[in-house]
Design a protein around this ligand. Structure first.
Ligand code: ADP
Ligand code: MG
Length: 269
C-alpha cells in the first residue's frame, strides 16, 4: 500500500500536549486555493469553544481535520496527546493506515448538520452499532448503553423508532447520543441546528447546553450567536481560512479587535 500523504513536521518536535486538543500550524488547500492558513488552537479539557465565521471560511474543514476526515498539508493535530491521522517518523508525518485512523478517531465524536443516522437502523441500534462493531460491548450491554443515552437526550420513549419516524430535532438528538456512545474525549458539532425547522432548534441546543454543563469538551461551529455567547468559554472567529480572533464571548462580542469580526457580527447580530 502506498503512503497517501506525508509532510514535513517542522513544527512538531514531540507532539506533547498542553491542551486536550492541539491544532498546530495546520494549513490546507484545494487545488491551489488556501482553505486553512496556519491555524493554531488549543482546547482545554472541559472547555466549550464556538467557531464562528462567514460561509466558506473553512469552519467545516477545520473541524474535519480534528478527526482526520480531512488530511492536512502542513501542521498537525493531537487529541489527548495522540497525533490524529498521522504518525511521526523522523521529522516527517506519515498518514496512518485506515484501521489506526479509525481507532484514534474514537476519541473524537462528531455531530453533523444533517444528522447522518443509518436509515435502516432504529434509534437504539444507531447508538449501539459502533460499540459492538469495535468489540467494546456485547449486544445486550450496548442496548443498555443506548437506552441510557436516549434518556439523557430526552428520547427514552423512542428506542425502536426509525429515523424516518422521528422529527429533525429528535434525529439530531439521537445523533448526539450516538456520538457519545464511544465516550469520546471531545465532541465536535458542525452547525447542528442549521437543518432544523426553527421550532426544533431549542430542543437540540438544550441537549448541547446540558453537555456543556456536565463538563464535556465541545467544539461547536454554529450560526446561533446567542447560544455561542451563552455556552462558549471562548469564541474563535475564522475568515478566509485565518483565525482572526480568539477570546471570551464578552470580549469578542463586546469589543471585536478585527474589522472583519466587527463586519461579520454587524451582519448577524
Ligand atoms: P465553511 O464550513 O466555513 O462554510 P468549508 O470548510 O466548508 O467552509 O469550505 C471552505 C472552502 O473550501 C470553501 O471555499 C469550499 O468551497 C472549499 N472546499 C471545501 N471542501 C472542498 C473540497 N472537498 N474540494 C474543494 N474545495 C473544497
Ligand atoms: Mg460548513
Amino acid at each position: 500500500m502506498s503512503i497517501a500523504a506525508t509532510h514535513a513536521s517542522d513544527t512538531v518536535t514531540t507532539p506533547t500536549t498542553r491542551g486536550l486538543v492541539e491544532i498546530r500550524g495546520v494549513s490546507k488547500s484545494y487545488a491551489g486555493h488556501d482553505v486553512l492558513h496556519d491555524v493554531n488552537l488549543t482546547v482545554q479539557p472541559g472547555e466549550v469553544v464556538a467557531i464562528l465565521g462567514p460561509s466558506g471560511s473553512g469552519k467545516s474543514t477545520l473541524l474535519r481535520t480534528i478527526n482526520h476526515l480531512e488530511s492536512v498539508d502542513r501542521g498537525w493535530v493531537t487529541v489527548d496527546g495522540e497525533l490524529i491521522g498521522y504518525e511521526q517518523r523522523g521529522d516527517r508525518l506519515f498518514e496512518l493506515k485506515e484501521r489506526e485512523i479509525l481507532k484514534r478517531r474514537t476519541n473524537v465524536g462528531v455531530v453533523f448538520q444533517n444528522f447522518n443516522l443509518f436509515p435502516h437502523l432504529t434509534a437504539a441500534e444507531n447508538i449501539a452499532v459502533a460499540p459492538v462493531a469495535l468489540g467494546r460491548l456485547g449486544k445486550a450491554d450496548a442496548r443498555e448503553l443506548a437506552l441510557g443515552l436516549l434518556a439523557k437526550v430526552g428520547l427514552a420513549d423512542k428506542p425502536d423508532a426509525y429515523p424516518r419516524q422521528l422529527s429533525g430535532g429528535q434525529q439530531q438528538r439521537v445523533a448526539i447520543a450516538r456520538a457519545l456512545a464511544l465516550q469520546p474525549k471531545v465532541l465536535l458539532f458542525d452547525e447542528p441546528t442549521s437543518a432544523l425547522d426553527p421550532e426544533l432548534v431549542g430542543e437540540v441546543l438544550d441537549v448541547i447546553r446540558d453537555l456543556a454543563k456536565l463538563g464535556t469538551t465541545l467544539i461547536i461551529v454554529t450560526h446561533e450567536i446567542g447560544f455561542a455567547r451563552e455556552v462558549a468559554d471562548r469564541i474563535v472567529f475564522i475568515d478566509a481560512g485565518h483565525i482572526l480572533e480568539v477570546g471570551p464571548p464578552e470580549r469578542v462580542f463586546g469589543s471585536p479587535k478585527h474589522p472583519r469580526t466587527r463586519e461579520f457580527l454587524g451582519r448577524v447580530l
